[in-house]
Ligand binder design. Structure first.
Ligand code: GLC
Length: 564
């Protein structure tokens, strides 16, 4: 008998994230849509995943591809109608899958009715739904904004001679959570979707929602680090707890917060079950690993080290070893493709590094999140020209640099590795012109390597494909509770070629050995005892174990053993 207490479907499930704009176009306008996802539900089911997370599908002027919502209860016309949504939800249910939506409530669109009303007059009933700074008080204290060309989070609005706050683009005004009416609106929106049957929310930049409405100058301890300041608002946990009491407590749903600025020391504040806030959150430590310090969109000059990669994962595993639960991801719609970033997408190493990374995510503790296309090893597109980009983040930073007379060439080089559009290119279904994504020219260029084996159709029937390794690995995780709940022990922190660890649940014991190098490598595991290491799966026909404690790996080989 296993001693797992507190089992939960969202701990045992594998999540598959879909960026709807890029998954499947059913209407022929070059933009993915809800009916397109419906058409692909059997494929999604065939992956063995349990939970679909859908990026925003709500009505939006698309300044930031749906992260600027104009109607929280309406579907974006480009994606379809509410009938299409209901059809999708029914199809998901029929297949025994669950659906998690994106909740974007740090800010709305400036085209949301609340903001249209709020900006009309200082006496508007909706004035206090947003953060306003009256101009007669002078220039507001500096706040930094992600997508603002001038990096200024305050935008002057002539109509009422005041500034409003926008931590992201000027079309994404921050909602004022300090106003109880705003919180009630949010809770009602959540109930609306839960009552429809949705199974949870991924909460966009949830760590930013609370603000000090005296708007002080940036306190000196946050010098140069607005993100930490934003994620440390005075009432953040009060609001999350209230949300739990008012809404979450009444439903069997899952919640995962996006939490930039939250480090290990604050981790349990969000997910300690006794606090009744969230189930999981995404930290940014891994996403920052290959970036300049506090510059999340700038690639760092030297290469990241495997020992650093291990430390991040080991520290975060430890943070949730007794309480709370982690979330594991290697990429998403904001970061480049995992195989290009943490593996090696060259022809020689693409297959092994893609499958090695899948093996990693599926043998760690914490819920694994895969991003559409990761199951077939989709890679970065690496655009050459600014005209090929669609993302506001790249486009506006380019404008900023241009104004400042900065080095545009260096910027474009950086974006080849760092840009969010790398991960937003259309899903590669087959080797045809638009990769089976659309009959029309897609909104963002398809990666040319869809004709070269990186597509579903050509991998479907190849038992050794990246796709079928993914399916096998998902199945293996499901069959072995120890891979989900077992404790994690890192072996040989300082080895820069191999990541090795054990997972243990009672008498069940697994050894995972992952090659993170394009060369053959060897590890001698003196620190653990076992009689036999039985291979459970490898991404290479070649069996690594040569006997005793010595394990030899081919480049990017991944092996999972049962230890006896
Ligand atoms: C989150 C989203 C990102 C979006 C931003 C503003 O970081 O993941 O895509 O641009 O919030 O909503």
């Amino acid at each position: 008998m296993h001693r797992v207490t507190n089992r939960k479907w969202w701990k045992e499930g594998v999540v598959y994230q879909i960026y709807p704009r890029s998954f499947q176009d059913s209407t022929g306008n070059g933009i993915g849509d809800l009916r397109g996802i419906v058409e692909r539900l059997d494929y999604i089911k065939s992956l063995g995943i349990d939970i679909i997370w859908l990026n925003p599908v709500y009505a939006s002027p698309n300044d930031d591809n749906g992260y600027d919502i104009a109607d929280y209860r309406g579907i974006m016309p480009e994606f379809g109608t509410m009938e299409d949504f209901d059809l999708l939800l029914a199809g998901i249910r029929e297949r025994g899958l669950k659906l998690v939506m994106d909740l974007v409530v740090n800010h709305s669109s400036d085209e949301h009715n609340w903001f249209l009303e709020s900006r009309k007059s200082r006496n508007s009933a909706y004035r206090d739904y947003y953060h306003w700074w009256p101009a007669e008080k002078g220039t507001p204290p500096k706040r930094w904004s992600y997508f603002d060309v001038e990096g200024d989070a305050w935008n002057y609005d002539e109509r009422t001679d005041a500034y409003y706050l926008h931590s992201f683009s000027e079309k994404q005004p921050d909602l004022k959570w300090e106003n109880p009416k705003v919180r009630k609106e949010v809770y009602d929106i959540m109930k609306f979707w839960f009552d429809k049957g949705v199974d949870g929310f991924r909460m966009d930049v949830i760590s930013f929602i609370s603000k000090d409405t005296d708007y002080p100058e940036l306190p000196s301890e946050y010098e140069g680090d607005f993100v930490s300041f934003y994620s440390n608002g005075p009432k953040l946990h009060e609001y999350l707890h209230e949300m739990h009491t008012e809404v979450l407590d009444r439903y069997d749903v899952m919640t995962v917060g996006e939490a930039p600025g939250i480090g290990l020391d604050k981790a349990l504040d969000f997910v300690d079950e006794d606090r009744k806030e969230l189930n999981m959150f995404f930290h940014f430590d891994l996403m920052a690993l290959d970036r300049e310090e506090k510059e999340v969109f700038l690639m760092r000059k030297d290469k990241w080290k495997l020992s650093e990669f291990k430390k991040i994962h080991s520290d975060w595993d430890a943070a949730f070893a007794q309480k709370g639960w982690g979330s594991m991801f290697l990429n998403n719609h904001d970061f480049p493709r995992s195989v290009s970033r943490w593996g090696d997408d060259s022809e020689a190493n693409w297959h092994h590094s893609a499958t090695m990374l899948q093996t990693f995510l599926l043998t760690m503790r914490g819920t694994p999140y895969f991003y559409y296309g990761e199951e077939i090893g989709m890679t970065n597109i690496e655009f050459d020209r600014i005209s090929e980009y669609r993302d506001i983040n790249t486009l506006n930073r380019y404008q900023t640099l241009k104004r400042e007379g900065g080095d545009l060439e260096a910027f474009l080089l950086n974006e080849k590795d760092a840009s969010r559009d790398n991960a937003r290119t259309p899903m590669q279904w087959d080797g045809s012109k638009n990769a089976g994504f659309s009959k029309q020219r897609p909104w963002l260029r398809v990666n040319g390597n869809h004709t070269n084996g990186i597509n579903v159709a050509s991998q479907e029937n190849d038992p050794n494909s990246v796709l079928n390794h993914f399916r096998k690995m998902v199945h293996i995780r499901k069959q072995h509770l120890g891979l989900i709940y077992g404790s994690y022990r890192l072996l040989q922190q300082n080895n820069e070629d191999i990541y090795a660890y054990t997972r243990t649940l009672d008498r069940e014991r697994y050894l995972v050995i992952l090659g993170f190098t394009d060369k053959k490598s060897t590890i001698v595991l003196g620190e653990i005892e076992f009689d036999r290491a039985d291979l459970l799966i490898s991404n290479d026909g070649h069996r690594a174990h040569t006997g005793g404690n010595v394990f030899e790996l081919m480049p990017y080989q991944a092996c999972v053993y049962v230890l006896r």
